[in-house]
Design a protein around this ligand. Structure first.
Ligand SMILES: *[C@@H]1O[C@H](CO)[C@@H](O)[C@H](O)[C@H]1NC(C)=O
Ligand SMILES: *[C@@H]1O[C@H](CO)[C@@H](O)[C@H](O)[C@H]1NC(C)=O
Length: 282
């Protein structure tokens, strides 16, 4: 009996140590819904959405959500182009804190806000947000995620490349690598959904993003490239990957959208697929 309880105590210790709570656990949050910080000499903005009944002793998951070109963190929080944060918080059921940063003028495409990441400035912005969050909010530093649509998917991919130790997984929606890939030599859990008829950021431009992580994560490539059925989607959970670093790919028969819907379906698969990808990590 004594031996057993010693083992369970040790297991408890190990799981507590593994939870890696942020320094903000136990503190009263000072961050607001809308926040301003200085990053790279510029004023930058991000939205914080705490779970209902936020408990500062509970290390939550932390999910970054990045808007598309011409969007904003506020629009994402308010559900400007689909439901708020693409509906992911309802799947998360108050188990995660959501962070929604504002991009800035992307230059080449006029004055609309995007994630041009010139000289790595948007990666630095995320580093600065992480520093601001760490001492203020309670989250599990091993369960930090990023997702985004279009330009927001591109910056999520750039974070996968540049910060594979900070982020546990990323989920890219309908994107091409237009925010760059500084690094990109280490594995990270990777999800990508892309329309085969994407007219903004083409399907063929997404394939090298996926294939980078199929390779780095040690997965077995699938050939020929799987084609979705008419009006539907095909999902590949790659086999043979290092178990820490799974790769999921969804190709859908459709254009540039964060909310693809199979014909006849009443809602998109986006929120449940992305949340089930993120929530497999504990
Ligand atoms: C953030 O600020 C903007 C404008 O200052 C406002 O319109 C918006 O409602 C705010 N969003 C949240 C989530 O508080
Ligand atoms: C959401 O979480 C609460 C509290 O943990 C739980 O009681 C409830 O069943 C969950 N709802 C869903 C839809 O999973």
């Amino acid at each position: 009996m004594r031996g057993l309880s010693l083992i369970s105590e040790l297991l408890l210790l190990a799981s507590t140590a593994l939870a890696a709570p942020s320094a903000g656990c136990g503190k009263t949050p000072t961050l607001k819904a809308n926040n301003t910080i200085t990053s790279g000499g510029k004023q930058r903005y991000f939205i914080v959405k705490l779970p209902d009944g936020y408990d500062n002793t509970k290390p939550y998951k932390l999910v970054f959500t990045f808007h598309a070109l011409g969007g904003s963190g506020t629009q994402l929080a308010q559900g400007g182009i689909s439901s708020a944060y693409w509906g992911i918080p309802s799947a998360a059921n108050n188990s995660a804190i959501f962070i929604s940063p504002n991009g800035q003028s992307a230059g080449s495409v006029g004055n609309m806000m995007g994630w041009g990441n010139r000289n790595g400035e948007d990666i630095r912005f995320v580093d600065d947000i992480m520093a601001a969050l760490s001492g203020d909010l309670c989250f599990n530093t091993d369960l930090v995620f990023s997702t985004g649509f279009s330009y927001g998917g591109a910056i999520s991919y750039a974070l996968a490349c540049a910060r594979p130790k900070v982020f546990r997984a990323v989920a890219v929606m309908s994107s091409n690598p237009i925010s760059g890939c500084d690094g990109g030599t280490e594995p990270i859990a990777y999800y990508h959904q892309q329309g085969t008829k994407d007219q903004a950021l083409p399907y063929r431009g997404a394939l090298p993003m996926r294939d980078k992580y199929v390779g780095l994560n040690g997965c077995k490539a699938v050939s020929p490239d799987p084609a979705p059925p008419a009006g539907g989607h095909v999902k590949i959970v790659y086999e043979g990957c290092n178990p820490k670093y799974p790769v999921t790919w969804i190709a859908f028969d459709g254009d540039h959208t964060p909310s693809p819907r199979d014909s006849g379906a009443t809602s998109t698969f986006t929120m449940s697929e992305i949340w089930s990808f993120f929530s497999q990590f504990t």
